[in-house]
Design a protein around this ligand. Structure first.
Ligand code: HEC
Length: 185
């Protein structure tokens, strides 16, 4: 509070020292003809600026139109991939990835169920086919994938059968190994 009072007290004389002469604007008075000339100049410049803006807009609209036409000429699956997947990935991203049929199905299922990608029914199959097309040799990879998937399903099944058979054999033997219940003297 004391500091504030000190600041105000020291600022007051400084303000008082300024005199009206310092606010005077030089050459403030122009002739009427001069004023008309300046106004005309301003109008011309404004018109020119607006014309430039209109031209710029027209050019932007034209290039947008051309871009859309070009986009519509791309094959449908390619456009679908752009529409559904490039919100989160650059389109070049898919060139680095290589999966078989099963792998792409799993990836897209993960995208829709975990990551929030939105697909209409049937679009997953179109995208999988397209993604397989984009990468070079997909056939062998798909075969390997199916073999691995089949192995993953069949191996536990085979193990379970083996365990069950083993248990059955042991149970079959069990009664003969029970101690005899003979209590006669
Ligand atoms: C809403 C955002 C989003 C959208 C849309 C999306 N993804 Fe993804 N994607 C992710 C995230 C997050 C990851 C990393 C986590 C993961 O792998 O699940 C990822 C990872 C991936 C991977 C790398 C994983 C791997 O196993 O190779 C591929 C490939 C992929 N996405 C493909 C796609 C395709 C194809 C589409 C279109 C159907 C798509 N994504 C749409 C978010 C998205």
């Amino acid at each position: 509070m004391f500091a504030l009072a000190l600041v105000l007290a020291s600022a007051a004389p400084a303000r008082a020292e300024m005199d009206a002469g310092q606010y005077e604007v030089k050459e403030a008075v122009r002739s009427a003809a001069e004023r008309v000339g300046i106004e005309r100049q301003i109008t011309i410049e404004r018109d020119r600026e607006q014309a430039g803006l209109a031209e710029q807009e027209a050019r932007a609209r034209e290039s947008e139109h051309r871009r859309r036409e070009e986009d519509e000429r791309r094959p449908f699956p390619e456009r679908l991939l752009t529409a559904r997947c490039t919100a989160c990935h650059a389109s070049a991203y898919f060139d680095e990835k290589s999966h078989g049929w099963l792998g792409w199905q799993a990836v897209i299922l993960r995208m829709t169920h975990l990551n929030g990608a939105e697909l209409a029914p049937g679009e997953r199959d179109i995208l999988v086919a397209h993604l397989l097309d984009r990468q070079s040799p997909g056939a062998t990879r798909t075969t390997v994938e199916f073999a691995l998937a089949a192995g993953a399903v069949l191996l536990p099944a085979a193990l379970a059968r083996g365990v069950a058979r083993h248990a059955r054999r042991r149970r079959g033997r069990a009664p003969s190994s029970l101690p005899s219940q003979d209590t006669s003297p």
